[in-house]
Design a protein around this ligand. Structure first.
Ligand SMILES: [Zn+2]
Length: 143
């Protein structure tokens, strides 16, 4: 997964740690970094989620010192899974499909348990993945 930097070089996607207001560590944030000028930018598909997470941290009284972004965002979770050594032979597409099936199974379970909060959370996670499908389709084009 690469995009082109303003300097013309390739930017590669990796999971990095962000430090918010010099005290909160946010781990596993998908960020593009340029190989030449080292400019970096947050993966556009997770920007919204990252923004609300940061707003949430800013609002909360007892802010945690460490947050795993892959626990809040499905795409970060999937990218982390894809970079897992044991799963290197599997394509990202397979991992995404497996995860969707897993989430749909959990959704059925949540519905049968009459747990609306869990149903809502799972729907949100499925939405994060489906939003990404649209975005990666756009990025994948040559023009
Ligand atoms: Zn650059």
């Amino acid at each position: 997964m690469t995009i082109t930097c303003t300097c013309g070089s390739v930017m590669r996607l990796s999971l990095r740690t962000l430090i918010y207001s010099s005290k909160v560590e946010i781990n596993n944030v998908p960020i593009y970094t340029c190989e030449s000028c080292h400019r970096s930018e947050v993966f556009s598909a997770v920007k919204g989620d990252l923004t609300s997470l940061i707003e949430h941290i800013a609002d909360s009284q007892d802010e945690p010192s460490k947050i795993r972004f892959d626990e809040c965002n499905e795409l970060a979770f999937l990218l982390m899974k894809a970079s897992d050594q044991e799963l290197l032979h599997e394509s990202l597409m397979n991992i995404i499909e497996e995860r969707i099936n897993e989430l749909l199974d959990m959704l059925l379970l949540a519905k049968s348990l009459n747990d609306p909060a869990w149903v809502e959370e799972l729907r949100g996670r499925l939405r994060q993945i489906s939003d990404h499908y649209v975005i990666s389709g756009t990025l994948g084009r040559d023009h």
